[in-house]
Write a protein that binds this ligand. Structure first.
Ligand SMILES: C/C(=C\COP(=O)(O)O)CCC[C@H](C)CCC[C@H](C)CCCC(C)C
Ligand SMILES: Nc1ccn([C@@H]2O[C@H](COP(=O)(O)OP(=O)(O)O)[C@@H](O)[C@H]2O)c(=O)n1
Length: 304
């Protein structure tokens, strides 16, 4: 009875103990063009697990998610430290180092999401990582603490107050997406792919090869914008495929490709506008991506 009620609320359904292994009934079905065998799983109604078993399961999930969050936090520190050393040794140019951190932070953070448990609380454990990085950027940007590695690897001019703009906005967007969209909505996945992969490559390629500037924005170039469109599209499709492999997102790929192209176009257009002085790209790009993705993918998670 409860499972029937909870079925209308994915969050409530997740809170209930997992059902016993389903009794799968292979029911061959035919249609006009091809014969397909559809799995028609019959889930026997299950009585809820005893309270003690639910407490043990919840504790196990919390330990799993706590360990995953600690590992991802360690990865965040290591990423910043690694690229600080690479730029310190002039192996990687400082501006390139910052942009690689920009690209990898979002992509790798999203890539860690399937390794959290299936508990309804998993997203909140994952959110600890961007939350702690928000606090880290705030405290260092306000000069309460000093960390040369952090400042050199994520700022343009090495000024601590720079941490309070682009990098802070970037991590706030990560925190928002992990809480609001998580791993079963294409909206968050595509938006973070555009912000990290798309905007990152726009700078990496545009700064080097962007001689021909946009007519309406002399600070941006055609090459940079084309790079943003293509890299944002590729990273978005790649991350959607990644999450679909884990079963979190199920897509009609023929339609999804066009939807992602539309989101990428919208984000690229917004990024090219001369508004960076008023609205940071790390806000305008994900915002434009979320709005467009919400319109084309809809609000329903899982199957789109
Ligand atoms: C350089 C960054 C933003 C600057 O953007 P822009 O001004 O160049 O447009 C990115 C800042 C990254 C931040 C310091 C660390 C974020 C870590 C993330 C929450 C988790 C990554 C985990 C993964 C496993 C490495
Ligand atoms: N569409 C774009 C974006 C950036 N760029 C180049 O990348 C540099 C940095 O771009 P940006 O101001 O968007 O950098 P962030 O705000 O993303 O750090 C610009 O000054 C351009 O040289 C480009 O040529 N075309």
């Amino acid at each position: 009875m409860w499972r029937g009620v909870a079925a209308h609320s994915p969050l409530l359904l997740r809170a209930l103990p997992p059902p016993p292994p389903p009794t799968l009934l292979l029911v061959p079905t035919t249609n006009t063009t091809t014969t397909t065998t559809s799995l028609a799983p019959l889930l026997r109604a299950s009585s809820p697990a005893p309270p003690r078993l639910r407490r043990v399961a919840a504790a196990a999930a919390a330990m799993h998610d706590g360990a995953a969050a600690a590992l991802v936090m360690g990865g965040a520190y290591s990423l910043v430290l690694a690229f600080d050393k690479l730029s310190e040794r002039h192996i990687v140019e400082q501006s390139l180092s910052r942009k690689i951190v920009h690209v990898l932070s979002g992509i790798l953070f999203m890539s860690s999401w399937p390794f959290f448990s299936s508990s309804a609380a998993a997203r909140y454990f994952a959110a600890i990582v961007p939350l702690l990085n928000c606090i880290r950027l705030l405290t260092h940007g306000l000069r309460l603490f000093t960390n040369e590695a952090l400042i050199k690897s994520v700022t343009r001019e090495g000024k601590p107050e720079e941490l309070l703009r682009g990098p802070l906005y970037y991590v706030i967007v990560l925190l928002f997406c992990v809480l609001v969209f998580w791993r079963d909505s294409p909206v968050g996945v595509v938006s973070l792919s555009m912000m990290s992969g798309g905007d990152g490559f726009a700078d990496i390629v545009g700064r080097r090869y962007g001689a021909i500037k946009l007519p309406y924005n002399r600070k941006k170039s055609w090459v940079g914008s084309i790079s943003m469109f293509l890299s944002g599209f590729v990273f978005s499709i790649g991350m959607l495929f990644y999450f679909s492999c884990f079963g979190y997102i199920c897509l009609d790929w023929e339609r999804a490709i066009w939807k992602v192209a539309l989101v990428s176009f919208a984000a690229t257009l917004v990024e090219s506008l001369p508004i960076s002085d008023v609205l940071d790209d790390n806000i305008s790009v994900p915002l434009a991506s979320m709005l467009t993705a919400f319109l084309v993918f809809g609000s329903s998670p899982h199957v789109v």
